[in-house]
Design a protein around this ligand. Structure first.
Ligand code: GLN
Length: 478
C-alpha cells in the first residue's frame, strides 16, 4: 500500500523504475487470463522534481479518461484508434504529483453496463476466481488493484461503476461528492450522475489519492470550490460521527429466499453488531418501498437520455474509424452501426425515445421528479445519521456460467441502491467486509454531500472492524 511504498522509495530500498518494471511485468503476466488492460505502457515516465506522497508510485487509469498521446478507447470500437491531444485534469494532477502511469484499464463499453463483459477487447475476469465476472464498468481498474499490480487506480462511477466492482474484487472503491474531483477529460456518459473516483486497498490510501486529485477546476463547470482540508489528516483525529442507519426494506432477511442473499445479509447483520460493539450507533430505518423500486428505472431513464445526447459526437467524423458511404448521413450511420455493441445501441434507442418531445414530460421529467423524491428522503435521514450502511452486492461476483447462476432480482436489490449516491451526489464508499462462498463482498457507506472527510473517517473505523484492510487476491481469509 501507499505508505509502505513511500517508505521503501524514501529509504532507497526500491526505486520508482523498479516498481514500474515490476508492475508492467505482472500486468503482462495476467493480461491473458483476466484482461484488465486496454494498453500497458512500456516507457517509464515521471515528472522530474515532483515531490508528493505519490511521487514514484505506479497506478492505472480507466480507459475513458483522456491521456494525450496515449490511446484512449473507452473500450469501444468507435474509438479504437483514438489518441487524444489533451489530458484529463485528474491525469494532469497525478502527473504533477509524480505518480507513474502503468496502463489504461478495460471498461464496459463507454462505461455503460455493470458486468465487465462488454468491452470491445473482450471479457474481464475476476482474479479471485476466473470463472466469475468482476463487475463494471471500471472492471480492469478493480482487477489491477485486487491483484496488487498497482496500489491505486482511477475509475468513474455513474450508477455504481466503482463501488460494485470494488465489492466483487475485494478492494476499496470511493467516489467523493459530485464536483469534488474534476471530470474534465472524463468521457461523459450521464453528466448529472458522472463522478471520478478511486480504487485502493485501504481507506487511508483512498484518502491519500483523493487529496491529490480533488480540487476546483475552471474547466469543469460542476467543479466545487476548494476546501481547506486534508482527508488523510482528518483520519488521525478522534471520530465523533458514529451514527449510522441501514434500510429495513433492503436488509430484512425474511423477504428473501435466494441463499446467496440470505448468507450475505446474515453476515451483514453480524457485522452491524460488531460495529455496535465498537461504539457505533446503527439504527434500522424505513424507506418507502415504492421509491426503492423506482431507483433502477429512474436511473435508466435519466442515464440513457443523457448518454444519448452526450455521445452524439461519436460519428466517426472527428475521431474514430471513418464509416463507409456516399453522404455524411451514410458515413455516420455506418460508423455508428459498426462502432457500437448491441447494449450501447439499445441504450441510445431508449434515450432517443425518452428525449422525444412527446415523451419528455412523461418519462424524463417524471424520472427527474422521482430522483428528487429519493434524494429528499435520503437527506431527511442525514438529519439524524452520519451515514447509511448497506451491503454493496447480493453476494460475491456471479459466475459466467449463467445456467448455474443468474443474478437474481433479489441480489439486485442489494446493489441497485448504490445509484442513490449518484442521484444526490453523495460521497459513497465500498470496502471489503466478508466472504460469501469464497468470494469477497463489500459493504457500502454513503454520507452527506461535502462531508467526504467524515465519510472516509467513518469508513476507516469500520475497516478496522472488518480485519480486511489491505486485502489482496491470494490472501487467506476466514
Ligand atoms: N451499471 C450501471 C449501468 O449500467 C452503472 C454504470 C456506471 O456507473 N458507469 O449504467
Amino acid at each position: 500500500m501507499i505508505d509502505e511504498l513511500r517508505k521503501q522509495l524514501d529509504e532507497g530500498s526500491v526505486t520508482s523504475e523498479e516498481l514500474f518494471e515490476e508492475a508492467v511485468k505482472s500486468a503482462k503476466e495476467v493480461q491473458d487470463t483476466y484482461n484488465p488492460f486496454v494498453t500497458i505502457l512500456d516507457k517509464y515516465k515521471i515528472r522530474r522534481r515532483a515531490n508528493s506522497i505519490l511521487t514514484g508510485i505506479p497506478y492505472t487509469l480507466k480507459d475513458n479518461i483522456s491521456t494525450s498521446n496515449i490511446l484512449t478507447t473507452a473500450s469501444s470500437n468507435i474509438l479504437k484508434d483514438y489518441v487524444p491531444v489533451y489530458d484529463a485534469t485528474v491525469y494532469q494532477k497525478l502527473k504533477k504529483a509524480g505518480a507513474v502511469l502503468v496502463g489504461k484499464t478495460t471498461l464496459d463499453e463507454l462505461a455503460m453496463g455493470g458486468t465487465g463483459t462488454t468491452a470491445a477487447t473482450g471479457v474481464v475476469r475476476n482474479p479471485w476466481n476466473s470463472n466469475c465476472l468482476i463487475g463494471g464498468s471500471s472492471a480492469g481498474s478493480a482487477v489491477s488493484v485486487a491483484l496488487g499490480i498497482v496500489p491505486f487506480s482511477i475509475g468513474s462511477d455513474t450508477g455504481d461503476s466503482i463501488r460494485k466492482p470494488a465489492s466483487f474484487g475485494g478492494v476499496v472503491g470511493f467516489k467523493p461528492t459530485y464536483g469534488r474531483i474534476s471530470r474534465y477529460g472524463l468521457f461523459a456518459f450521464a453528466s448529472s450522475l458522472d463522478h471520478v473516483g478511486v480504487f485502493t486497498r485501504s481507506v487511508r490510501d483512498a484518502a491519500i489519492v483523493t487529496d491529490i486529485i480533488k480540487g476546483y477546476d475552471a474547466k469543469d463547470m460542476t467543479s466545487l470550490k476548494d476546501e481547506d482540508k486534508s482527508y488523510t489528516d482528518e483520519l488521525e483525529k478522534p471520530l465523533t460521527h458514529k451514527k449510522l442507519c441501514y434500510i429495513k426494506e433492503i436488509c430484512d432477511i425474511n423477504q428473501y429466499n435466494d441463499p446467496k442473499v440470505i448468507e450475505t445479509l446474515r453476515k451483514f447483520h453480524d457485522f452491524i453488531d460488531k460495529c455496535r460493539n465498537q461504539g457505533f450507533t446503527v439504527d434500522e430505518v424505513s424507506f418507502d418501498k415504492v421509491l426503492l423500486d423506482a431507483i433502477y428505472p429512474t436511473y435508466m431513464i435519466i442515464s440513457c437520455a443523457e448518454a444519448t445526447s452526450n455521445n452524439a459526437n461519436l460519428t466517426g467524423i472527428q475521431f474514430g474509424p471513418r464509416g463507409d458511404g456516399n453522404s455524411i448521413d451514410e458515413v455516420m450511420f455506418s460508423a455508428r452501426t459498426k462502432g457500437f455493441s448491441e447494449l450501447i445501441k439499445r441504450r441510445f434507442v431508449l434515450g432517443s425515445y425518452i428525449l422525444q418531445k412527446e415523451n419528455q414530460e412523461k418519462l424524463f421529467l417524471n424520472a427527474c421528479r422521482c430522483r428528487r423524491l429519493i434524494v429528499d428522503r435520503v437527506n431527511e435521514l442525514f438529519k439524524d445519521y452520519d451515514g447509511i450502511i448497506l451491503p454493496a452486492s447480493g453476494g460475491g461476483a456471479p459466475s459466467f456460467d449463467s445456467s448455474s447462476e443468474q443474478v437474481t432480482d433479489q441480489q439486485l436489490i442489494l446493489e441497485n441502491h448504490m445509484a442513490i449516491g449518484n442521484f444526490g451526489g453523495f460521497p459513497s464508499i465500498t470496502i471489503p467486509f466478508t466472504f460469501v462462498k469464497d468470494m469477497p463482498v463489500g459493504i457500502n457507506i454513503t454520507g452527506r454531500v461535502m462531508e467526504d472527510d467524515i465519510l472516509l473517517h467513518i469508513a476507516n473505523e469500520v475497516e478496522k472492524i472488518t480485519g480486511l484492510r489491505g486485502l489482496k487476491v491470494g490472501d487467506r481469509h476466514v
